[in-house]
Design a protein around this ligand. Structure first.
Ligand SMILES: Cc1ncc(COP(=O)(O)O)c(C=O)c1O
Length: 407
């Protein structure tokens, strides 16, 4: 059995049909599918171990706490965090980015300060900064992108200055596929005394991520895009920054002591984990990173590079089709495109009829679509389980859509 066949046999959902056709799932950028190893880890936890964590002295609570903390350790190792205390469980990348914006931003930003983000950000790395700039009086600035759909580096160098307190950017665009040079961008931020906040929602599932080598101050990502369950995300942060930050949400578990006159906070990471956490989901995410590590992130990246290059070439066989963003050598495993003046929703509906699942819309990144003067795109995205044959089915269905709408 080939590696790809073995991987596919681990994903029960890939056996199903859609409209009488085998499912070709090309929407992993929105959310990936889950291998049985993740499903079984969560099932086993609920069947044998579940109780609330950090609160009980009984056996189940102690076992649940141990599994929950073991999962944190496993995830810390996956991104090479120096300590599991720097790995905070959140609901998703969105919550991780909000946590930084609100907690760090409220304590550190003031009028005259600048927050720098880029035109290629997902809304979750735009809106929290807009909100915190409104609250603190700081100014939000955007790094523009080039005609090729990559960061405009000369403009970035102009925009980064001694007033810049935060540079927040995506490591990989969920629309353009562009892979940004994270280490270089972090160094640029540090050179002007700013902190670097990295949106790793698209990079961590697909590329080897070493937070210490990259020297990121914060890294946000979501479990559900990397074979894990929904409802769990991670915020990694540098210890000194996390220690100095006030809590984000208040409630149980995040306190050391509560008096009617005030409260004192728990140590890291619990200071940022108010309330009963997503225990099964943390365990599921640890199983997901175990799965990715066993494959090896080099294999993951290589597989995606190959399939993306193949899809890039095949898509360009279709007259009137334009892919947004850089060439296959400088992008991750996703391709957003326009096809003549066909509406992406019409395209996606025809593809769905052929069992091919793609995304249509603005992909929560309206500014980048505004940049190109288009309201929406169709996006095909690839992960460890996708095959060349699925790309061929995408192409055949696109020809069908084109013929159907006759342009
Ligand atoms: C680049 C990027 N950042 C952030 C997010 C937000 O992820 P979530 O919805 O899991 O919080 C996404 C999701 O598509 C994304 O692609």
């Amino acid at each position: 059995m080939s590696t790809l066949d073995r991987i596919r046999s681990d994903f029960p959902i890939l056996q199903r049909q859609v409209h009488g056709e085998p499912l070709a799932y090309l929407d992993s950028t929105a959310s990936s599918q889950k291998p049985r190893q993740v499903l079984e880890a969560m099932d086993a936890y609920y069947r044998h171990t579940h109780a609330n964590v950090h609160r009980g002295v009984h056996t189940l609570s102690e076992e649940a706490t141990a599994a929950y903390e073991q999962a944190r350790l496993r995830i810390a190792r996956f991104i090479n965090a120096a300590s599991p205390k720097q790995v905070i469980y959140t609901r998703n990348a969105t919550e991780s980015l909000n946590l930084v914006a609100y907690s760090w931003g409220r304590a550190n930003l003031k009028p005259g300060d600048e927050v720098l983000i880029t035109e290629m950000e997902h809304h979750s790395n735009i809106v929290p900064w807009q909100l915190i700039c409104q609250i603190t009086g700081a100014t939000l600035r955007f790094v523009p992108i080039t005609a090729q759909g990559e960061l405009d580096f000369p403009a970035l160098d102009q925009l980064l200055n001694e007033r810049t307190r935060v540079f927040a950017f995506t490591a990989m665009s969920n629309v353009l596929g562009a892979i940004n040079p994270t280490a270089e961008l972090v160094a640029k931020a540090h050179a002007v005394g700013a902190i670097a906040v990295v949106d790793g929602a698209q990079s961590v599932p697909h590329l080897h991520s070493d937070v210490q080598a990259l020297d990121v101050d914060f890294l946000a990502f979501s479990g559900h895009k990397m074979l894990g369950p929904t409802g769990i995300g991670i915020l990694y942060g540098k210890r000194a920054l996390l220690e100095a930050m006030p809590p984000f949400l208040g409630g149980g578990d995040m306190i050391r002591e509560v008096k009617m006159t005030g409260s004192r906070w728990n140590e890291l990471p619990y200071k940022f984990e108010a309330g009963t956490p997503a225990i099964a989901e943390a365990i599921g995410l640890a199983a997901a990173v175990e799965y990715l590590d066993q494959l090896g992130m080099d294999w993951v990246a290589q597989h995606e590079r190959e399939i993306t290059a193949y899809a890039w070439n095949r898509l360009h066989e279709i007259e009137g089709l334009r892919v947004l963003g850089p060439g296959p050598e400088r992008r991750g495993g996703l391709l957003s495109f326009v096809l003549g003046d066909l509406h992406p929703h019409d395209i996606a509906a025809v593809l769905d009829g052929a069992g091919v699942a793609v995304r249509a819309g603005h992909h929560c990144a309206q500014p980048i679509h505004d940049h190109f003067g288009i309201p929406a795109t169709t996006r095909a995205s690839f992960y460890i389980y996708n095959t060349h044959a699925e790309v061929d089915r995408l192409i055949a269905a696109l020809h069908k859509a084109k013929a159907l709408f006759e342009f």
